[in-house]
Write a protein that binds this ligand. Structure first.
Ligand code: HEC
Length: 118
């Protein structure tokens, strides 16, 4: 009985994660994250950053959003991600330039933000 309950729990958790990832993928597409965070010219991997964004303040290169712990955001906590996406603050507290359109994402729910991270 305990084993059956454990198995059921594990399956339920996996289904919930799959739902979260599917919702996150939808929001990543709807939110325009891929277009800025992918180097289309160099045909870089999706969301690996490196796209040059020419602005009146100079050229910004979008950062890598992949789960790589060294070069991407794989080592970030959920709180780090929410703070960046909704409030425009780096994990060290410094501010991003608004070429990253975080003001557009400020009113997103934390659940949606974490689905995007997933
Ligand atoms: C208009 C282009 C643009 C769009 C759209 C965009 N970003 Fe960004 N994003 C940037 C730029 C440029 C930076 C770096 C800003 C800086 O260094 O001050 C950035 C920074 C970030 C960072 C911080 C990464 C780090 O290593 O510090 C995260 C996280 C992020 N974006 C997530 C997202 C997500 C999620 C979406 C979609 C919901 C998104 N961005 C949409 C351009 C964009």
């Amino acid at each position: 009985m305990a084993a059956a309950l454990f198995l059921f729990g594990a399956v339920a958790v996996r289904a919930q994660n799959a739902d979260q990832v599917a919702r996150g993928e939808y929001l990543v597409r709807a939110g325009g994250c891929i277009s800025c965070h992918t180097d289309h010219a160099g045909k870089g991997p999706q969301l690996a950053g490196g796209r040059a964004l020419d602005t009146p303040f100079g050229i910004f290169y979008s950062p890598n959003l992949t789960p790589d712990r060294a070069t991407g955001i794989g080592a970030w906590s959920d709180a780090d991600f929410i703070q960046a996406l909704k409030h425009g603050k780096r994990p060290d507290g410094a501010l991003y330039f608004p070429v990253f359109p975080y003001p557009t994402y400020t009113r997103m729910t934390d659940a949606d933000a974490l689905a995007i991270k997933a």
